[in-house]
Write a protein that binds this ligand. Structure first.
Ligand SMILES: [Zn+2]
Length: 172
């Protein structure tokens, strides 16, 4: 198993081009996870180094090149397996489960852009959503970059259940 220094303070990640879903799932639980579909190896290494991010990769060659950096080789192939493995390897499973159970920081980042969402009232997002939604919910979360809006509806509940199932002991 690769070694991950215990000094990785803030859990911030940068993921290679194979790991777009993993980056989204890490964002879902509030972890800062950079990903681009055209990330070149040199960019990944430079970003990991400059921003002190833990490199997540499924590329053996890149993994070897990053031997002086905090890094994790992702072995699992399924999205659920990759999330469980990554959080396990970084010692963050308990923190992630606590966030989901306590409704804390869960869905605090835009799943597409990685930036922190801003709490918003219905009148602040009325131009972005259908009226029926605005009447059903009082709290929204807005991404200022892409203008996606998030709210705690049934989709939110399904994501929480999925994370809990994925990370709970005994999950495969
Ligand atoms: Zn966004």
């Amino acid at each position: 198993m690769p070694t991950i220094p215990s000094t990785v303070a803030a859990p911030a990640f940068v993921a290679d081009v194979h790991l777009g879903k993993l980056a989204r799932h890490l964002r879902m639980v509030g972890f800062d996870s950079l990903w681009k579909d055209d990330f070149q190896d040199d960019d990944l290494l430079e970003t990991a180094r400059a921003e002190r991010r833990l490199l997540l990769t499924r590329d053996r060659e890149l993994f070897e090149r990053a031997r002086d950096l905090p890094r994790h080789y992702v072995s699992a192939t399924s999205p659920a397996g990759q999330l469980a493995e990554t959080l396990q390897a970084t010692g963050l499973t308990g923190e992630a489960l606590a966030r989901v159970r306590e409704n804390r920081l869960f869905l605090s980042r835009c799943l597409e852009c990685n930036i922190l969402l801003l709490p918003a009232k219905p009148h602040q997002v009325h131009h972005l959503l259908p009226g029926s939604l605005l009447q059903e919910h009082e709290e929204f979360f807005l991404c200022l970059r892409c203008e996606r809006v998030y709210w705690r509806g049934s989709h939110y509940d399904r994501m929480r259940e999925w994370i809990e199932k994925t990370l709970s002991p005994g999950a495969s």
